[in-house]
Design a protein around this ligand. Structure first.
Ligand SMILES: [Zn+2]
Length: 95
């Protein structure tokens, strides 16, 4: 192995990949840019997915009285009101 202790300690990056050694630097740039654009799209998609998951829940709790409304399917917050107990319309995801 030709890795020094220092090389092992740091986080490996894509440019460390042996395949990049075959590309001259001027050809690596567009590849890296394309990969970075792809990563941005993936990050964006993951972000969308997370926000989608956050707003849909099986159980919603009334902020006013704590009553928990249960659903058989994942539902967005808009369908939770009104509260069966106090008529409140403010709910938060519960569990
Ligand atoms: Zn309530």
């Amino acid at each position: 192995m030709q890795f020094s202790g220092r090389a092992i300690e740091r986080t490996p990056t894509l440019s460390d990949s042996p395949i990049f050694a075959f590309f001259p630097s001027e050809r690596r740039k567009p590849i890296r840019e394309a990969l970075e654009r792809a990563r941005e799209r993936v990050d964006y998609a993951i972000g969308r997915l997370k926000s989608f998951e956050e707003v849909r829940c099986l159980r919603w709790r009334c902020i006013d009285c704590g009553y928990v409304k249960k659903f058989t399917r994942l539902m967005p917050a808009e369908v939770a009101p009104p509260c069966a107990k106090c008529g409140g319309d403010q709910f938060q995801a519960f569990g």
